[in-house]
Design a binder for this molecule. Structure first.
Ligand SMILES: [Zn+2]
Ligand SMILES: [Zn+2]
Length: 330
């Protein structure tokens, strides 16, 4: 099968013919239709994550595919069904985090497109218990970004709590989806882009943001909470500066540059800094139920599988409005 293979972090993805994976017990085999490109893929590529990825690796953890095979005991999905595969690929179900309903923190979790091969390929296999049914209203390309940008962003939004005035720092793949959800929930969204990114700010306003500006600016009102999507540590402090008493500022990324030292005055009055890690299956089910009600419409820029490297570089440069998606079997 055709695949884009990462041999070593920092080296360009290689177009290769590799063996088709076959499903083991409890796994399904999917013909990949589309696979979203995530900021996390760039962090893997740049070797910025703790731990080591499987190498060589097929990245990609926002997979929409059609079931073409079932391993022993796999009967949750029919052959021919459309299924989504997220970042959380498997958990042990027995560690203290799993037992407490916090499987996103599982000590032995396996992640799609990191510990196991993902969706930058014609076929993939996935543990069926961790897959999702994809709402029928979405095209294959539109559904892909919901599977990580959407649902990990959704988890971050939940962690911020009931904030009415919410700031989104970094308005890319994840924020453009969550902006729609937040507005639907009756929140007031304040969007922060790179300074001078007028197009990004206009994009945010079109999606319902009440205000949009550069990330070095302060918003016209205090924020009751914020999600920092950009992997830029100083933005955590910037968001605190913009925050009202009791605000929670949550980082939605898996990696971030160093957070500079700041005065305790910024944290005082029960402001909180926090992070979101991975997802639970319940997060996924929730977002995929809510998205069609909003309805969330992801803005996607599509690339053929073989252009995965170009998609990564465009995502890195912030050249994409919304989400980058590889079309594998369109
Ligand atoms: Zn566990
Ligand atoms: Zn991701």
């Amino acid at each position: 099968m055709r695949a884009m293979v990462l041999d070593k972090p920092g080296t360009p993805l290689r177009a290769a013919e590799i063996r088709e994976p076959e499903p083991g017990p409890g796994e399904i085999k999917l013909a990949v239709r589309t696979c979203g490109v995530c900021r996390t893929d760039l962090h893997i590529y740049d070797a910025e994550l703790q731990g080591e990825p499987k190498l060589p690796l097929v990245m990609g953890h926002q997979i929409v595919g059609i079931v073409v095979g079932r391993g022993e005991g796999a009967e949750r999905f029919e052959v021919g069904e459309r299924v989504g595969v997220p970042w959380l690929g498997w958990t042990d179900g027995t560690c203290r985090y799993c037992r407490e309903g916090r499987e996103n923190l599982c000590e032995h979790a396996r992640f799609t497109g990191y510990d196991v091969d993902g969706g930058y390929a014609e076929f993939t296999v996935a543990a069926e218990d961790f897959c999702f049914r994809v709402p029928p209203m979405y095209s294959d390309a539109e559904a892909a970004p919901l599977l990580c940008a959407g649902l990990i962003g959704y988890r971050a939004l939940r962690l911020v709590g009931a904030a009415e005035r919410i700031g989104f720092y970094g308005f890319g793949s994840s924020a453009h989806i969550l902006c729609q959800v937040a507005v639907h929930e009756g929140r007031r969204v304040f969007a922060f882009t790179r300074d001078g990114d007028d197009e990004g700010q206009a994009f945010a306003r079109r999606l319902g943001a009440e205000w949009a500006g550069g990330s070095s600016e302060l918003p016209p009102e205090e924020l009751d909470g914020a999600v920092v999507f950009a992997a830029v540590g100083p933005l955590m402090v910037q968001a605190l500066k913009a925050s009202a008493r009791g605000a929670r500022v949550i980082s939605a990324g898996i990696h971030m540059s160093e957070i500079p030292a700041f005065s305790y005055d910024l944290l005082w009055e029960e402001r909180t800094l926090g992070s979101v890690a991975n997802l639970t299956r319940a997060d996924g089910e929730d977002l995929l139920r809510v998205a069609p009600e909003v309805p969330v419409r992801a803005a996607v820029t599509t690339y053929p599988l073989e252009d995965a490297q170009r998609a990564l570089e465009d995502a890195r440069a912030g050249r994409i409005e919304g989400s980058a998606v590889l079309v594998v079997n369109g």
